[in-house]
Structure formats: C-alpha cells, structure tokens
Design a protein around this ligand. Structure first.
Ligand SMILES: *[C@@H]1O[C@H](CO)[C@@H](O)[C@H](O)[C@H]1NC(C)=O
Ligand SMILES: *[C@@H]1O[C@H](CO)[C@@H](O)[C@H](O)[C@H]1NC(C)=O
Length: 351
C-alpha cells in the first residue's frame, strides 16, 4: 500500500516534470528586427545581452552581416537573415553566386549561429520602387535553395521572401478576412512564390502593419481595433469574430493563399510594429499599447480565428530607432529602444 502510494507520487512528479519541460520547450519567444540603419547603434555583443536580458528570442537582419553571425553564436537566439534586394540580380544570375553566399555566410557560422530562415528580398512584390527586382526574385530563391541543398542544409534552414501585406491586398479587404484575395497586379508573381514555398515546405514571411492600414483608411478601421484594445469593436465575418486588425490581416492573407489553392503554408510575421513619433497617432502611448498588447496576444498562443491555437512567430520592427532610415519621420521612430539601450517606453517581453 505504502509502496504503491510512493510509486504514484514518483509517477506524478515525473509527469509534472515532463509537462513543465515540454511547455517550456514549446514556448515561443518574441523577435525583433534590426535594420542597422543608424550611426549610433550599439555593437552586436551588447545587442545580444540586451535581447537576452529581455527574453527576446529571434533577431531579423536584412542582409548578411558577419559581425552579427559571430556575436550571436551559441546565444540560442534564432536568426532570420535577408538577401538584400540589390543582391538579387547577381544571386539569380548564376547558381555559383548563391553557393558562394551560402559558403561565405552560412556554412562558417551554422549551427552555432542558429540561422532559421533566409528571406530572399524584402517587399519586392507590389511596390513601384521595387518593381525592377521582381524578375530576379524567384530565380534567386531557387538558387539559394539549391545551394542549401548542396550543403545538405535544406531541412534546417528555410528559404522564403518577406512580403508586405499592404502591398499584396487592398486596405479595405482586411474588413472581410474570409474573402481575402491578392490584387490582380501581384497575383501571378505571388502564386509562383507560393508554389515554391509549398514545394520547399517554407513559411510565408509577412510584414503586417495595422499602423499603415489604419493610417490610410481611418474611416474604415478604429484606432482601438488597430491597437488590440479590449474596447475595440467586434468585427463579424461569417461565423468568425475579430477583435483586432492584426488577426484580420493575417487571416486575410491565409484566405488569399487558399483562394490560389495553398492551404498548408504557415505565416511567420517578419515585421510588425507602431511608431512612437512622426504623426498624430504615432505616439509613445499608442506604440506602447500596440507592442505590449501584440506580445501578450502572440505569447498567449490564442492564434487567429482561422488558425486558433497557432500564433504566428512574430518579430517586432524595430529593436532600435534608426536615425539613417530614409522616408517619413515615423520610419526612424519604430524602435523599442533608443540607441543608448534605454527603452522608449516600457515593454513586457514575456508573459
Ligand atoms: C497573369 O497570368 C494570366 C495567365 O497567364 C495572364 O492572362 C495575365 O495577364 C497575368 N496578369 C498579370 C498582371 O500579369
Ligand atoms: C498617414 O496618412 C496620411 C494621410 O493619408 C499620409 O499623408 C501620411 O503619409 C501617412 N503616414 C504614413 C506613415 O503612412
């Protein structure tokens, strides 16, 4: 009697232990982007410490950076590295160029540096400024994929491209996620990318910014809905209920993919965020609300109405305010931290 009680106790403790370990193992961490467009940004070793201190688990950079690969070795932080748009033509022209890229920037560092995704090109489809790269995009993705295959890394590192939700889908279409379709302009090129992603079992990397959609369509979306506020209106779409624009944008992308016959490609959010300065709704208060509510939502693993229980891996743009980023003033004020590593506003990175 006493012995079997003891055995039950040991079994129970073992079960609790296994449960805790497996929950710990599954826990996704939030990620951040660093565009590195600043003349006052801290060295990468300090970035590693800052990220570890805040329990940030993913780091996205826009092109190969040996200083990053070295500093992040054995850090346990996952890396998403880009192939820059201006390199697409060269990489697409010859598989040897892709093999050189992999030999120079992946092989010497992986797996100590945990490179997880290669984002070939950033926001190439659906923009006038990047139209000149469109023809190089898929051939460059294929060449990088083949180069990884030759290095036998194709199962460990996934090749994709980062696309902006707002470049692929009309702003007002996010009001009815179940009816989402890609614009006619990008449909054919997006379809070719999706075929590649399905075949290589890679995720769809999406830059999802409720800020830009709200800013350009203020009559159609409420600020609270864009900021995940509990006071946000509830938006009904068939039998699905939306309480925030972020989920609505992701599900609209899923619907658009489904409409082209692709229903098994997961979405990874490579960039999302809210600026704290530069226009009337780019305030510290709104940025603080957006990013804190976003993190809570993603780490809760609530998922979206179309994919309940599956929150997308998510990287916030950006780790730092970047003083050399061109364009609108908001572009230089997306940072969670100032370059001196002081927070722009308090952010809770783990639940
Ligand atoms: C997309 O492909 C179809 C079929 O090949 C073609 O008729 C159409 O013009 C293409 N659309 C664009 C925007 O290129
Ligand atoms: C916000 O919207 C206004 C009005 O349409 C526009 O002038 C401005 O450029 C937009 N800002 C951003 C950062 O998109």
């Amino acid at each position: 009697m006493g012995q079997s009680k003891e055995r039950m106790k040991i079994t129970l403790i073992a079960c609790i232990f296994i449960l805790c370990v497996s929950i710990e193992g599954d826990a996704e961490k939030i990620g951040v982007n660093n565009g590195l467009l600043g003349d006052n940004l801290p060295p990468q070793e300090e970035v590693v410490s800052l990220m570890k201190m805040n329990n940030i688990g993913k780091y996205r950079i826009y092109k190969q950076e040996p200083t990053v690969f070295k500093a992040f070795a054995n850090s346990d932080i996952e890396i998403i590295v880009g192939v820059a748009n201006f390199d697409l033509q060269r990489i697409s022209s010859d598989e040897k160029e892709a093999m050189k890229w992999v030999a120079e920037y992946v092989k010497p560092y992986f797996p100590a540096t945990n490179i997880k995704y290669i984002a070939v090109g950033n926001e190439v489809l659906g923009k006038a400024e990047t139209a000149k790269y469109v023809g190089y995009l898929l051939p460059a993705m294929i060449n990088i994929q083949n180069a990884l295959q030759k290095a036998n890394l194709q199962d460990k590192i996934k090749v994709s491209t980062a696309l902006a939700a707002r470049d692929l889908i009309e702003a007002l279409s996010f009001q009815a996620p179940s009816k989402g379709t890609f614009t006619e302009k990008v449909e054919n090129d997006t379809s070719a990318v999706l075929k590649f992603l399905e075949h290589s079992r890679s995720p769809f990397l999406a830059n999802v910014f409720p800020f830009f959609i709200y800013n350009s369509s203020r009559d159609s979306y409420s600020l609270d809905y864009a900021l995940f506020k509990p006071t946000a209106p509830v938006v009904k779409d068939g039998n699905k209920i939306y309480k925030n624009l972020f989920d609505a944008m992701i599900d609209t992308l899923y619907s658009a993919m489904e409409s082209m016959g692709y229903s098994n490609i997961p979405i990874v959010v490579t960039a999302t965020g809210w600026p704290s300065k530069g226009n009337d709704v780019a305030t510290i208060q709104n940025a603080k609300s957006y990013n804190n509510n976003l993190i809570k939502h993603v780490l809760s693993k609530a998922g979206t109405p179309k994919r309940p229980g599956q929150s997308p891996e998510t990287c916030i743009f950006a780790l730092f305010n970047e003083n050399q980023k061109p364009g609108d003033e908001t572009e230089r004020n997306f940072g969670l931290f100032y370059p001196n590593k002081k927070p722009v506003y308090p952010v809770q990175f783990s639940v």
